[in-house]
Design a protein around this ligand. Sequence first.
Ligand code: PEP
Length: 262
Amino acid sequence: VSERKKMIIGNWKMFKNSAQASADFSELADLIVAKNLNLEVGIAAPSVFLAELARKTQNSVTLFAQNAHWANEGAFTGEVSPAMLKSIRVNGSLVAHSERRQMFAESNETAGKRVGALIRAGMKAVLCIGETLTERENGDLKKVLKTQLEVALNASGISSANEFIGSDPSSPLLSIAYEPVWAIGTGKAASPVEAQEAHAFIREVLASYFNPETSSRLQILYGGSVKLNNVSDYMACPDVDGALVGGASLVAKDFAELCEKC
Ligand code: PEP
């Protein structure tokens, strides 16, 4: 098994104003540097704040957008492209967060096109997948996860496994966030056993899609009501390589403390 670096990403969703975003980001970056943690810490911020935040990172915090289009430019009113994000030194983007899937008609195909564009730009793509409560209760967990992964990877238009890893094998360009829809923002987290089962299955799907070596390198993050008091239980699972954290990432001091627990 290859050594996978842990990664924790805070998803600020549509919260904060410019002054708050700047102050919180600076505070977090300082705390992360001071704590000297052996993990990658990221923030996925609203796109209007990214240029300002990019000037502050000094590489202590990896900066993510919350979405990115698949074209570099074009008549796509309201969208932001990977090339634009790259030009302000954003490192990558979340793709197909369940809120995008549920409220903004994101499909596995469009998710895959976004992943492909980001990877081709040499940027990180965090592909979010996860089942609804009904799908889980109907016994469709594996079918749903497999479809979400395979359709998106096919739609990315990238066929070489190495391209998904990129030039730094310790920090692969593609990562997967397993976020059961019923656990996001609900306070009802998946148990560590449920998370590990899903992550092990995702790694199995990645191994047959790519190859076992590539699969063992890719980071799989758990997301869904991760808090200070449960994060270490997830991190103890062999196939959980980090977390995507919504609510508990909004206060810099608390999020830094959560990162320290990993
Ligand atoms: C998320 O935004 O991806 C998320 C998991 O939210 P929360 O941690 O608030 O459940």
